[in-house]
Design a protein. Structure first.
Ligand code: ADP
Ligand code: F6P
Length: 482
């Protein structure tokens, strides 16, 4: 068995195995921001990635792709239901996203979550070289840090949460809250998107588990009061995207030509609005459509001069809340088009597919107004991707204040998606903003993302992990102090 000095552990591998009806096997990029970010930072690091290949049944053999050693972990059909769809996405996901839909608690889901986390910890323990750095990701694997420390006390363990960490009042609802905190405290360093998330975690340690915290650290005794103390640091290191890669891609003649083609195939609208999201109730797609429908009804916008293109990536399709959302969104799109589209032009063009990166870049480059309206989102990489593609300083970003991205992208047109009247006004402000104002905003947004790209994020994270529980002395690409 090969071993590695850097091991990433995430629920999904960067690629999903898909078997077509004729039996041919394909590997496709997995959905979501975690994969987008980590795929940009892993090549060249000679690391391993432990994760699930996206379908139930036996795990494929390990293989190398894009410079990474991929170590698949098997999930049975029952585990997919109970650990992934159940505990991860019907218990934790709603609790960690403000209970936008209600959470479901089942003890047998928790048992499956524990068993699968143990399997991930064992797989990581097998591929980690002596003294390796193991970087665990996200809410699906919160027990892995402590499980791995039991198996491999020699390795350095970090965990990064891609989604929000909930306020203690919501986290407290979880019957397994203490075990989750103890699972995370197996790490040396816990990274969060926002300072508020790290503070929520530290508050949970204090109030729910009775542990002492000091600044951004918490100390506990994993082997009882007489055992050795272990101090863990919890702090914010907001994730980002590959600015240079996207900027370069969006400048290629192919992507520019495709952007023009997209506009012309939509009838060359004066204003093209765009939404790009996993089809998830956290993304505020219904609120966005409601605002747009009212703007059409009020005569503020009208096709063919204005069009909305909504890309909704298939996601968690067997979970009831996601199926309901799809029905609602598709019903609303049908109603809007039925009422407001003239022959030959659609008020809303709706696409329920995944696309290659170059097509995404072309969509971003084509859009005059990007609508990012989540009700709650750890970061939202789409907002940063849009900005990175706008080398022409064109376009305007409407951004929900409930995203991690809003903490950084201050020059966006910031909105509260719950306030439909306010959202409509913000959209119209973005539509009508003078060109000079839009260019000034876009320049500032691009500078922020260029200076805080995904490489810098990974470097800062790994430095924080290496020095935890102390703060790293130097941080950032240019060795500036934190
Ligand atoms: P989340 O992680 O919740 O899905 P993010 O906005 O942080 O949300 O990340 C989503 C990632 O998935 C981005 O990199 C985005 O470009 C990508 N993406 C979203 N929709 C599609 C799609 N239809 N096809 C290809 N990539 C997509
Ligand atoms: O970034 C949040 C996230 O939930 C990741 O953890 C996950 O990989 C991604 O979005 C997509 O969700 P899923 O893996 O459930 O398809």
């Amino acid at each position: 068995m090969r071993t590695f000095d850097l091991v990433v552990v995430a629920n999904r591998l960067p690629v999903d195995r898909v078997v077509d009806p004729d039996g041919t096997e394909q590997w496709r990029t997995s959905p979501g921001g975690l994969v987008t970010a980590m795929e940009s930072v892993m090549p060249g690091r000679d690391g391993a990635w432990v994760g699930w290949a996206g379908e139930a049944g036996e795990a494929p053999e390990p293989f190398v792709e894009n410079d990474m050693y991929l170590q698949p972990v098997a999930l049975s059909a029952e585990e997919v239901e109970q650990y992934y769809e159940g505990f991860s996405n019907e218990t934790l996901w709603p609790i960690y996203h403000d209970v936008i839909v209600s959470a479901t608690f089942h003890r047998f889901w928790w048992n499956a979550y524990r068993a699968v986390n143990q399997r991930f910890a064992e797989a990581a323990a097998r591929v980690a070289a002596p003294g390796a750095t193991v970087w665990v990701h996200d809410y699906q694997l919160q027990l892995v840090p402590a499980m791995l420390r039991e198996l491999r006390p020699d390795v350095r363990i970090g965990w990064f949460n891609h989604i929000p960490f909930p306020p203690v009042e919501l986290f407290a609802q979880l019957p397994w809250r203490q075990s989750l905190v103890e699972g995370l405290l197996g790490a040396d360093f816990l990274g969060f998107q926002r300072t508020a998330d790290a503070e929520n975690f530290l508050r949970a340690c204090r109030r729910l588990v009775g542990l002492p915290t000091k600044g951004d650290t918490v100390t506990h005794h994993p082997h009882g009061d007489d055992g050795e103390a272990h101090t863990v640091r919890a702090s914010a290191i907001p994730i980002s995207i590959d600015f240079n890669g996207l900027d370069e891609l969006a400048r290629t003649p192919e992507v520019k030509a495709r952007a023009a083609e997209i506009r012309s195939s939509l009838g060359d609208p004066e204003i093209l609005m765009l939404g790009v999201d996993r089809l998830d109730y956290t993304k505020g797609i219904r609120h966005r459509l409601k605002a747009y429908e009212e703007l059409l009804r009020d005569g503020e916008v009208a096709p063919p001069e204005t069009a909305l293109l909504q890309v909704a990536t298939p996601s968690r399709e067997r979970v009831a809340a996601y199926r309901n959302l799809r029905t609602q969104v598709e019903g609303t799109v049908g109603r809007i088009n039925g009422e407001h589209s003239p022959i030959g032009a659609q008020a809303v063009q709706y696409l329920h597919h995944s696309y290659p990166r170059s097509e995404m870049a072309a969509l971003f480059l084509a859009a005059d107004v990007m609508l990012v309206t989540p009700l709650r989102d750890g970061m939202n990489l789409v907002a940063k991707e849009y900005v990175s593609c706008r080398h022409d300083l064109g376009g305007a970003l409407v951004l929900s204040e409930f995203t991690g991205a809003a903490r950084e992208l201050h020059q966006a047109f910031v909105c509260n998606p719950h306030d439909i009247e306010g959202l409509k006004q913000t959209i119209m402000r973005a539509v009508r903003a003078p060109e000079a104002d839009r260019r000034r905003r876009m320049r500032a947004l691009r500078k922020r993302v260029a200076d805080h790209d995904v490489q810098r994020w990974a470097q800062r994270y790994l430095e924080a992990l290496a020095s935890a529980p102390e703060r790293p002395e130097r941080q950032g690409r240019h060795g500036k102090s934190a």
